[in-house]
Design a binder for this molecule. Structure first.
Ligand code: NIG
Ligand code: FE
Length: 418
């Protein structure tokens, strides 16, 4: 790939997820070519230098001309509820007429409605629906997606969701990293017996997830009226003992000391954090817990945005994701999330690039393979129809993705899937 206006490599000297001023460090290069061999990046540098170093590879290389375009790593969407049955536009209408998200959920809608639709859907139906969604993600430049279960709330359906994700990881161009989220809601028939459901998760579900290698992470919705911090801690610790890394839906709707809990249990990330406390943010900074912020959820629920600016200033590594799900964030556009983070969280153009590439890769434990253009890393590369990276947010609400190379293979060309 040669002639790009700008190559944004996201390479930096700092180790681990980027914090503070390192979140500005995107490394913009002119006159830079990228040589890909197989599914890895073999060289990055001035064309003459790459040619001199790898004459045998260059002789056979297929050349992609990126003239007038910006080149950057594939986007990593590190928080989605990818596999689910149905849609909930009816609830969206109710919310436009004044109902709240929690009211709808407590009346049997919300997560419960999607749970029913996911239980009712066959493996093939879920597979086909999710595959279409992945096509859309890819067209928007997303090359890796984290996928949470949590619309089964019984073992059979949780397993079905995770198996759909696993099969799509094998068959679809996009890579999928799975999270078990059996603790997404308390099933209706366990109302008043919440601790019993926590026992079911710990005793019956988590060991099977680990044994069948169905997920790498274990997530819980720690929220008033869903799982308490005490119950959440039990579930996360039980997963840890089985090798599942903790993640946590923390402080999304009401402050509940979720950020504090994430830091205390050594969670790789705390997610949402719309109403996280100052103390919680400081604790996350000290523990280097990654904040996965989901501005689409605040936008769509008309809730206050997470305090991204403060978190970065306090030293929390910040990532941004879509939270793609049928209730609180039905979008597959990570670029739009980047725009919202600039406009409503006080983040800079550079910070949102870091937050959706290298920091997002670290949030799913893939920082060593994804998220930056560096020799040896996976060849997930985007070519964008803008003259410079500043135009990515300036021309807002549009898809600038022209070409997507996934694992060394062109999968989107001229904005069309191939
Ligand atoms: O991340 N917070 C809980 N879960 C999702 C919403 C799920 C749904 O509404 O279906 C979220 O916002
Ligand atoms: Fe979520």
């Amino acid at each position: 790939m040669k002639n790009a206006n700008e190559v944004i490599t996201l390479k930096s000297d700092s180790e681990g997820p980027r914090i503070k001023e390192n979140m500005q460090d995107i490394n913009v290069l002119a006159n830079t070519s990228i040589l890909i061999e197989g599914n890895r990046i073999a060289a990055i540098g001035p064309l003459a230098q790459v040619e001199a170093e790898f004459p045998y590879l260059i002789a056979e290389a297929k050349v992609i001309d990126a003239e007038g375009k910006v080149v950057m790593p594939g986007l990593v969407d590190c928080h989605t509820h990818l596999v689910h049955g149905g849609t909930r536009e009816q609830e969206f209408m109710m919310r436009l007429n004044g109902a709240t998200y929690m009211e709808i959920m407590n009346a049997g809608g919300g997560i419960h409605a999607t749970t029913k639709q996911t239980r009712d859907a066959s493996f093939e139906e879920l597979y086909r629906k999710t595959s279409r969604h992945l096509d859309t993600f890819l067209k928007y430049g997303v090359t890796t997606v984290e996928a949470k279960s949590g619309y089964g709330l019984d073992w059979e359906t949780e397993k079905k969701q995770l198996e759909v994700a696993r099969k799509l990881h094998e068959t679809h161009a996009i890579d999928i990293v799975s999270t078990f989220m059996g603790a997404h809601a308390v099933p209706r028939d366990y109302k008043g017996r919440e601790d019993e459901f926590v026992d079911v998760i710990i005793r019956d579900m988590l060991p099977k997830v680990a044994e069948l290698h169905l997920a790498e992470f274990n997530d819980v919705f720690c929220e008033k009226g869903v799982f308490t911090p005490v119950q959440s801690r039990r579930i996360l610790e039980a997963g840890k003992a089985l090798g599942l890394m903790p993640k946590i839906h923390a402080d999304e709707i009401e402050p509940y000391k979720g950020a504090e809990l994430a830091a205390e249990v050594g969670s790789i990330s705390a997610e949402h954090l719309l109403v996280a406390s100052d103390a919680g943010i400081r604790k996350m900074a000290a523990a280097r817990t990654i904040a996965v912020l989901l501005p689409g959820t605040a936008f769509f629920l008309r809730a206050p945005f997470a305090r991204g600016r403060l978190m970065i200033d306090e030293g929390v590594p910040v990532a941004i994701a879509t939270d793609f799900n049928p209730g609180s964030s039905p979008t597959m556009s990570l670029p739009f999330m980047m725009n919202l983070a600039c406009m409503h969280m006080g983040m800079t153009l550079e910070e949102v690039l870091v937050a959706t590439t290298i920091n997002a890769a670290y949030a799913i434990n893939r920082g060593d393979q994804l998220g930056s253009l560096e020799v040896g890393k996976q060849a997930d590369v985007l070519m964008l129809d803008v003259e410079n990276y500043k135009q990515l947010q300036y021309f807002y609400g549009m898809n600038h993705t022209n070409t997507v190379i996934k694992n060394g293979r062109v999968v989107v060309r001229n904005s069309f899937l191939i």
